[in-house]
Design a protein around this ligand. Sequence first.
Ligand code: NAI
Length: 507
Amino acid sequence: MTQALSTQAVIAVIGAGAMGAGIAQVAAAAGHTVKLLDNRPGAAAQAIAGIAAQFEKMAAKGKMRPEAAQAAGERLQAAVQLADLADAALVVEAIVENLQVKQTLFKDLEAVVSEGCILASNTSSISITAIGAALKSPQRLAGLHFFNPAPLMALVEVVSGLATDRAVADTLFATAAAWGKTPVHAKSTPGFIVNRVARPYYAEALRVLTEGGADCATLDACCREAGGFRMGPFELMDMIGHDVNFAVTQSVWRAFFNDPRFLPSLVQQDLVDAGFLGRKSGRGFFDYSASAAKPLAATEPLRAQPNDIVLYGQSAAAQALATRLQANSVSFTQSQALGDTVASAGGATLRVTDGRTAARCAFDTQKPNTVLMDLALDYQTATRLAVSVAAQCDSSAANHAIGVLQAAGFAVSPLQDIPGLIVMRTVAMLANEAADAVNQGVCDTTAVDTAMRLGVNYPCGPLAWANAIGIDKLSTVLAHLAQTYGEDRYRTSPLIQHQLYAAKVFS
Ligand code: NAI
């Protein structure tokens, strides 16, 4: 196994902004002498003072021994010029996100550092291959992509360009692990892993919003309370800032030669044009002014408790309904009848969305009183579920279907009849993208799931989630989305198709 750089190795960090300071902190805490350089006079010294203060705070909270905190602070040195970095074994660049500027810096560095020195860029969007093209020894350059804030976020993407030496990537991997991080290997493709695979989390929500599926607060609540995501897509975009999020979306889309998978949304373009950049500008999808009321998720008023509930089969949804109804002392009967119905009551049929609209499902199954429920990460513990009611469904039947879910303790959010509701289509498209990343050799299945759990805090890796849903069900959802929209965006990843026909799960 490749060894990590020893703690005797000097680490240089160039760029003392948010990321560079964080990376310097991580390396110093791990025991290295760290030289920090910034071309803004005083910036490195200021960052070092800030890091030392962080260490002191950690010591005060008992998270670090006081002597260790002091020693770590003393291991940080402000460098004045590139020549000061001559003894570095690794240089991590975290300067402005500009190809030419980064190339110039690395070229200059090559003249200063030893032959064995590893060069790394923290870039989040620039091709490592392209940066390396300017170097005499591009094999020693790799991406070392930390997430913000670097001291707290566990994930590091170790990105190999076309010329990167595998041994260099392996040393960076081992070193990041020795620094307490969880590294994953990735190939230098647009967005690497996280910034690529996360696109559908925003894109599907924006689609559903554009099509009038529900308002932002409702969709956010469904993603949090049914999907188990820490933040809903709209509040998250507002936090990231629409300028930043839209720029990443556009850059990934362009970098993939306008692949419709990554097509940006006009809704976000509008917000950027209007200057509604999110929290930082006081307004994005939501209004952050002091006087603004926080919008609530649309929630169905309580219906009468149905007295003829039947649960069908052994799906996760049916099993959870049984447990939850029992816990609430609501009586029901169970049927072993095969099929996709989860529950029935008052003439209504309740099913989990398979990517068809409720109207189409009602038509196809010849069951006009069809109500669809959304995917939940865990139906046993979810507190909210989205439903959509078929246009053909009569209101009394719809009331019964909603009543079943309410009797089981779910808050029920009504969505218009959008294919795949919100959580199901989002998770299906996240898994689709994760599968494509694996299929195209960007990373392996473990890496993509780890990256999404640790880089953007998803409650479950997209491929593990695909396994839990069932590859057959997942590919049905994707096929129905593709059929409805007729867009290449919803094409099913060849890897999902392969797993389906080979009757395999992702492992
Ligand atoms: P920042 O603007 O906070 O800091 C950049 C620093 O680099 C500034 O202090 C600037 O004075 C210095 N600098 C610029 N050009 C320089 C040069 N030629 N030589 C020396 N110092 C120079 O930027 P931030 O956010 O820390 O980002 C830095 C890099 O990390 C970028 O490549 C960015 O894409 C990447 N990144 C940013 C993340 C974020 O969330 N902010 C997350 C992951 C990667």
